[in-house]
Design a protein around this ligand. Sequence first.
Ligand SMILES: Cc1cc2nc3c(=O)[nH]c(=O)nc-3n(C[C@H](O)[C@H](O)[C@H](O)COP(=O)(O)OP(=O)(O)OC[C@H]3O[C@@H](n4cnc5c(N)ncnc54)[C@H](O)[C@@H]3O)c2cc1C
Length: 383
Amino acid sequence: MSTGFATFTEEHEAFRRTVRQFVERELKPHATAWEEAEAFPRALFGRAAELGLFGLKYEEKYGGTNAGFFFEAVAIEELSKCGSGGVAAGLVGQATIATGPIHLFGTDVQKQKFLTRAIKGEWVGAFGVTEAGAGSDVAGLRTHARREGDGWVLNGSKTYITNGVRADYVIVAAKTDPTRGHKGLSMFLVEKGTPGFIVSKQLKKVGWRASDTAELTFEDCRLPADALLGDEGNGFAQIMGNFQWERLSLALGAIGSAEEILEVAIAFTKGREAFGQSIAKFQVTKHKLADMATELEAARQLTYHALRLHAAGEWALGQTAMAKKYATEMCCKLADMSLQLHGGAGYMMEYDIQRHWRDARLGPIGGGTSEIMNEIIAKQLGL
Ligand SMILES: Cc1cc2nc3c(=O)[nH]c(=O)nc-3n(C[C@H](O)[C@H](O)[C@H](O)COP(=O)(O)OP(=O)(O)OC[C@H]3O[C@@H](n4cnc5c(N)ncnc54)[C@H](O)[C@@H]3O)c2cc1C
């Protein structure tokens, strides 16, 4: 079935073939082993960088290609089909949340130092907002940075941080003025090896198992003045600005995964026999598959609509929230329907669908929950 007509050009599709080849040859054959090991090789960051996957929307002077959002959308869709939600999360996270804020708010010196190395895959980056006591409620963060001499002293902790264990730097959100609510938030670039920056734990997860997800602690962590990213007190606006592409990337990842889930369901039902015929021949199965394809197409078009608005420079807050919510929930629904179509096999670890089912569940939680997306949509409705 045709997919992105009027969204992607032949150039995008040629790039899609390149990424697909990388995924098929270098990721898929190892994905199950990496999921079981709950880790993937760091060298993958270097390989993905060689293909230009981390610099698609960044300027050439920092090593990017300035190719734009549509190219990155293609990369995200294809990476999400690699057979491991964790590998996709680690690589896509580097291209999006770990570099986006530096590109948007960093000084030229910060970009030369951090962005250039991240685009080359030399440094792995992470983005640390969430804390044990505050996720959805970003203004409620407790991590704080106080001025001391020329620099800052950072104290607090972060949790659920993707790529956090092996990160060479983490973009950390912290309160710089606890009396000013969301206006008292700022962001900092914290380098690995800074005394007081501790990786306290690697967390075990239901899905996305190959990605490293960390708990981080900052104990009197002294930062230089130029660790501040963007303007002091502007952290909340920066986080919200960065969320737009993160949410779109989660929607795009859900589209890519759901395509695979549908393919898996079709292949399995064609091959499985019951009552003397392939189960794909039962009308109820055909209708389920038709419903799945329809749901996928609806989510795709909503997501591509938000993508086009974002790429055109519009602040598409409501459409992005709708796409993120709808596409990630669609992916969970399709994974569940596909698992049901597998019967008992769907519950066995040897079939891929269980991994899709576990991985998909993160979508409506990460990058802002479905409930928070509804809050945004409701505000757009004037409620
Ligand atoms: C695998 C994984 C990777 C992640 N990677 C990162 C990362 O790299 N960096 C990072 O900073 N964070 C990361 N996160 C954190 C993620 O963004 C948060 O988990 C998410 O935003 C939800 O926050 P929370 O877990 O604190 O849930 P809570 O905010 O405690 O929410 C709990 C429940 O309450 C609901 N709720 C909260 N507020 C409202 C409201 N106003 N109205 C209605 N319902 C509400 C929520 O929707 C949810 O159902 C990751 C999480 C996971 C699981």
